[in-house]
Ligand binder design. Sequence first.
Ligand SMILES: [Ca+2]
Ligand SMILES: [Ca+2]
Length: 153
Amino acid sequence: MSSTWKSTGSALALVAALAAMNAAQAQTKPATTAAKPAASTKQQQQQTATPEAIFARWDKDKNNVLSMTEFKAGWQEVQANMVLRQLHDNFVAMDTNKSGFIEASEYANLELVKKAGASAQPMSTFDLNKDQRLDFNEYVAMVRSMLKSKANG
Ligand SMILES: [Ca+2]
Ligand SMILES: [Ca+2]
């Protein structure tokens, strides 16, 4: 019988039929995953960034309308993700010994540090857990801090 229900429309019909049959247990939503397999997990939703999935994610109050506030928040999220990805690419590129951390020698090679020259803050400023190296989170905080001080100066 499953081969009969290939198209989304038919699947929805099946869902409706099942829902009617299982009306008593309807609150368990037995057919939600059958109707939209791509939306079965949040991870999949992020991988398959369909317009529908993105809209649904941005539409926080689920009224099927994207308000300016929701759009801005979603857009900022996208930009923040892009920046993070870029930072991560840089982090991996600067981690020349592939240790997963930026050590002091690698820190000295960072573009931001080179540009700041003598006014660059020592790595220890950003080494929050004091393990003599920067993990990605510490690196991100460092870049943010340096860009901020550059903008102010
Ligand atoms: Ca390293
Ligand atoms: Ca550290």
